[in-house]
Every structure is written in C-alpha cells, then in structure tokens.
Design a protein around this ligand. Structure first.
Ligand SMILES: Nc1nc2c(c(=O)[nH]1)N[C@H]1C(S)=C(S)[C@@H](COP(=O)(O)OP(=O)(O)OC[C@H]3O[C@@H](n4cnc5c(N)ncnc54)[C@H](O)[C@@H]3O)O[C@H]1N2
Ligand code: MOO
Length: 406
C-alpha cells in the first residue's frame, strides 16, 4: 500500500534537496533579461556625482531670491563645465542636466523670471535648493543596488548601464526534459486511428510553463505505455538534463508503468510517491545520479498544478534566485467547505478591486482533474490546507496567482 504524505511534508522534502551544480556565465546586459544575477552589484560612485540642475533656469545664490536685478554672467549647457562662479548679484543660465555652477545653490526656472537684456528679475520665488539634484540622489557610493538572486529586468538594465557595467555574471538556467506517457495520447499532427485517442496537451503546457519561468527545456514528446520505451526515454532524458518531468502512468492502473520504470528499472531513490493533495495525489519525486525526476499524474489540470507547486520551486532552487510562488490573500465571495481531508487547489477567477484581491468561481467548470480550461483568462488557485476550517463568504483566503507565472 502506498504511503501518502502530507503536502507540507512533501514541500519540506523538496526544499531540503541540495542542488550542488550552480554554474554561471557572463552576458551582455540586455542579453541577460530574465536571468538571475550571480553577485551583488555595488555602486562605485555617487549618482549624481555633483550637484546637478533638474530644470532649465538660472543658478543663483539663495540670498539673491528677492533681488530684482541679477546679472547673467554666463551660459552653462549640459555636457560642459562652466569655469565662472556665481557671486552675489549674479547668476548663470543653467540647463536641465548641467552641473550647478560653483557658488550657486538654487535654480530659478525660466518661467519664474523676467529677462531684460543681461539681467533677470525673479517674479516667483522658489525655496532654497530648488531644482538642484543632490549628490547621491539616485544612489550613493558603496550602496548595494542589485542583490544577487534578482531577476534582471528593465530597471536592473538601466541601473547597470548607469554604472557603466556592460557584462554581468548570471546563473545558468536548469535544463528540464519533458515527456508525456500514455497509449491513448497523440502528439500534434499525429493521425488519430481510433476513438479512444486524445491529443496530448501536457508535454506542451509544461514546456511553456517551464520556459517562461526560467528553465531551458528539451521536449521529448509522447511515448506509449510500454516499459522499454519509457525506460529508454527516461535514460536518455537523464543524461541530457538536470530535471526530468513526465506525465501519466503513476496511479494504480495495470498500464501505469512510469512508477515501475523509476523504481525497478532505473532503481532511482524515491523521495515520495503519493501526497494528500488534490489534484495530484499520485505525484512521485525521485533522484537518480543527482538528477531529479518528477513524475506527474496524467490529468491535464493535475499535471499543471503539480508542475507549478513542485517544479517551479525546483527551477528557483537551480537558479539560486529569490523567486517565490506568488501566493497572496484574497477575499472570497461564497462559502467554500473543504470536501476532502487533503490540501486542495481549486481554480477560481481573480481580480484586483477596491485595494484587494477578490475571487469568485463564475463560469468555472466542475468535474474531474482533466479540466484545463479553468486556467484560462484571469485564473488563480484557491488553497485549502489539509486541516483548515471550512471557508465562509467574505473570508480572507490564500490564493496562487496564475497569470504571474505565464
Ligand atoms: N482506482 C484508481 N484510479 C485512479 C486513481 C486512484 O487512486 N485509484 N487516481 C486517479 C487520479 S486522482 C489521477 S490524477 C489519475 C492519475 O493517473 P496517471 O497518472 O496514471 O495518469 P493516466 O492514467 O496516464 O492519465 C490520466 C488521465 O489523463 C489523460 N492524459 C494522460 N496524459 C495526457 C496528456 N499528455 N495530455 C492530456 N491528457 C492526458 C488520460 O487520458 C487520462 O484520462 O488516476 C486516477 N485513477
Ligand atoms: O489527484 Mo488526481 O490528480 O486529482 O486527479
């Protein structure tokens, strides 16, 4: 008899896995978008380095703010360093991005002055230090600007560029091989020869999910319920990848061979097979030659949910990143009793309204774990833990935001 462990225990086992192989490569910054940075990025200068004008106007000494007769002694375009110094009764015309001239402390915008020949009269006062960007306004020397483990996006690229860093060291993404098993499943374009055959969606759903969440994927396609074919496929996949993910063949049927291949043919170390979880109770996690095998159930909703719960955290581990599954609180619109003594993930709709996430089940189909269409549009998964209370309308519940994983 199979020993079903709790969901929390299965996640603990996953979290305790040691990933020895974390390797890095150097990339030009815009080729590193979506990758995880391997080291902290520390500012080697203040930005700006000098007092800098934030508007077009006249650099003055603040003591002259009520002076109606200030002489313009020079112009100070951005990109130049003006030699002259602002003294009492004088100003220097200064532009956005120009350094503030020596002696000045305040910038009076063009709109606030009347100019007559080479003199200005301030018609609208500004406070001391107006429109002057302080040294280190954006960042200070020695500040940690980007922490290791961060995923590189547009803001990181901009900050790296401002530091004159063209190449960065990033973690090499894990390689995941994906295969779907089942004698009834057909790959795209394969000719259907009898009514029991269905199109395989799992191998492509998972490829998409893993690719958009930081893995390199090897698509192994579909394989029939045949011990030798499954063994060969897994052996090849293990050679090429860090993680192998299969779907189907892990339940109790006569043709559920994936579990037998993993246990008896490959003699992999099984960490668990069976979790008190809905969907995905038959999930199997094993290790073979330091490679991880995740055998997911065949149903489309089950395999997708389990891939999110177990494989995405493995990707985060391999990338040494600070990513986490996007679990947030939401207000539920109806009572929701827990119908099984399991941890249950139920598809719902989510929207952000009145400063909170709100969920409902409008249009969600009920039936088996085969229903993948419940994950279309604006989906989330309601999480009910194994020993949680029945949920009441208006309660704040935990949900997993699915569109953040697209
Ligand atoms: N007597 C029992 N029967 C079942 C149990 C059980 O405990 N006792 N568990 C049920 C649950 S829960 C699940 S989940 C499934 C898991 O079974 P398998 O992992 O062995 O998966 P299969 O039997 O191969 O397939 C299940 C279902 O999914 C369809 N499928 C398979 N592959 C794909 C694919 N690539 N794309 C789309 N759909 C796929 C397949 O046709 C089946 O309908 O077992 C239950 N039975
Ligand atoms: O545990 Mo199965 O994956 O619900 O349908």
């Amino acid at each position: 008899m199979r020993n079903f462990i709790s969901y929390d225990e299965s996640i603990n086992i996953l979290n305790n896995l040691n990933i020895s192989k974390i390797t890095t490569e150097k990339l030009f910054i815009t080729n590193a978008i979506g990758r995880v940075i391997a080291n902290d990025v520390i500012a080697n200068h203040n930005n700006p380095e000098f007092l800098t004008s934030a508007m077009d106007g006249y650099a003055i000494k603040f003591e002259d703010i009520k002076n109606e007769n200030i002489k313009i002694i020079a112009k100070n375009p951005a990109g130049t360093v003006v030699e002259m110094q602002v003294e009492t009764n004088t100003c220097i015309k200064t532009f956005t991005g120009s350094l503030m001239p020596k002696g000045s402390d305040t910038l009076v915008p063009i709109e606030n002055v009347e100019v007559t020949l080479d003199k200005i009269k301030i018609i609208k006062e500004v406070p001391f230090g107006f429109a002057v960007r302080n040294i280190g306004e954006d960042y200070k020397k020695d500040e940690v600007l980007i922490k290791k483990g961060t995923i590189i996006g547009f803001a990181e690229i901009g900050v790296l560029a401002s530091l004159n860093i063209s190449q960065i060291e990033v973690i090499i993404n894990p390689i995941i091989s994906i295969a779907s098993t089942g004698s009834e499943i057909l790959d795209l374009g394969e000719t259907q020869t009898n009514d029991s055959q269905i199109r395989s969606s799992n191998h492509l759903t998972l490829e998409a999910l893993f690719k958009s969440n930081g893995a390199n994927t090897i698509q192994m396609g579909v394989v029939k319920d045949d011990m030798d074919s499954i063994t060969k496929l897994l052996e090849t996949a293990l050679l090429k990848s860090d993680i192998v993910v299969t779907t189907g063949g892990v339940s109790v049927g006569d043709y559920d061979f994936v579990q037998d291949v993993i246990k008896d043919k490959l003699k992999a170390k099984v960490l668990f097979h069976g979790v008190n979880l809905k969907p995905g109770m038959h999930i199997l996690l094993a290790i073979k030659d330091n490679k991880i095998i995740v055998a997911l159930p065949g149903f489309a909703y089950s395999s997708t949910v389990c891939a999110m719960l177990y494989v995405l955290p493995l990707i985060y581990k391999f990338r040494n990143s600070n990513e986490k599954l996007p679990i947030v609180k939401a207000k539920i619109n109806q009572d929701f009793p827990r119908f099984q003594a399991k941890t249950i993930f139920t598809a719902c709709n989510v929207e952000y309204k009145n400063s909170e996430y709100q969920i409902n089940f409008d249009g969600k189909k009920q039936g088996t774990s085969a229903i993948l269409t419940n994950m279309l549009e604006s989906p989330a998964l309601l999480i009910q833990k194994e020993n949680s209370e029945n949920i009441k309308a208006g309660d704040l519940v935990d949900i997993l935001l699915l569109n953040n994983l697209k």
